[in-house]
Write a protein of this length. Structure first.
Length: 201
């Protein structure tokens, strides 16, 4: 499969954005698709097809799937992975172009890292706000939505890159809005709880 520049950019964007939500799912599903011959991965991503990496990413994918369903645990998982998802998203995006196209790879890394940061912050903020609710269904629903959004966006980047750009544009607007709304909510919640803690002491 000969991939033109717009499609390579779409793949890089999808890998970066999705890494901010489900890094291990991205690594495993992309590597598996390449290993099974469903897609012809660019040279910089061929390493994802290696059996050892597939087993490792598959195991972490399963662990993250369950950790993301447990209120509180999901927030801790997100905090720990702040230092992992963003650089990994940048590296995956850069791998789409490889070392032979240094300029494009650098641009892709910046794009991937930015998108990974945006989706990660939106996810972490939204889930932290959802964990303040007394019922578990909102949290579970958000987690399942993330499980479904990642493979859909990855598929769109390969099959329908224009649709990917449209979907990504909508997702970014929604995510930025969610970060703004829920950050204000969490800030107000902390401000309300602080006087109570001081009063207790």
């Amino acid at each position: 499969m000969n991939l033109d520049t717009p499609q390579l950019v779409a793949i890089a964007a999808a890998l970066g954005w999705a890494s901010g939500l489900r890094l291990y799912a991205v690594v495993f599903l992309t590597g598996l698709a390449g290993a099974l011959g469903w897609v012809d991965l660019p040279a910089g991503l061929k390493v994802l097809e290696q059996p050892l990496l597939l087993w490792a990413s598959g195991g972490m994918f399963a662990l993250e799937f369950f950790a993301d369903k447990i209120p509180g645990v999901d927030t801790v998982w997100d905090v720990v992975h702040t230092v992992v998802r963003i650089p990994a998203g940048a590296a995956l995006a850069a791998g789409v172009f490889g070392s032979d196209e240094a300029t494009w790879a650098t641009a892709a890394a910046l794009l991937g890292g930015t998108l990974a940061a945006t989706s990660h912050i939106a996810k972490a903020t939204t889930r932290a706000a959802a964990n303040t609710l007394p019922e578990p269904f909102t949290n579970l629903g958000l987690s399942l939505f993330g499980d479904g959004a990642v493979p859909v966006m990855l598929w769109l980047s390969w099959a329908h890159p224009i649709a990917l750009f449209v979907a990504l544009g909508v997702a970014l607007v929604v995510m930025v809005t969610l970060v703004w709304v829920f950050f204000r909510f969490l800030k107000a919640l902390v401000a309300r709880l602080a006087p109570r803690r001081q009063h207790v002491h």
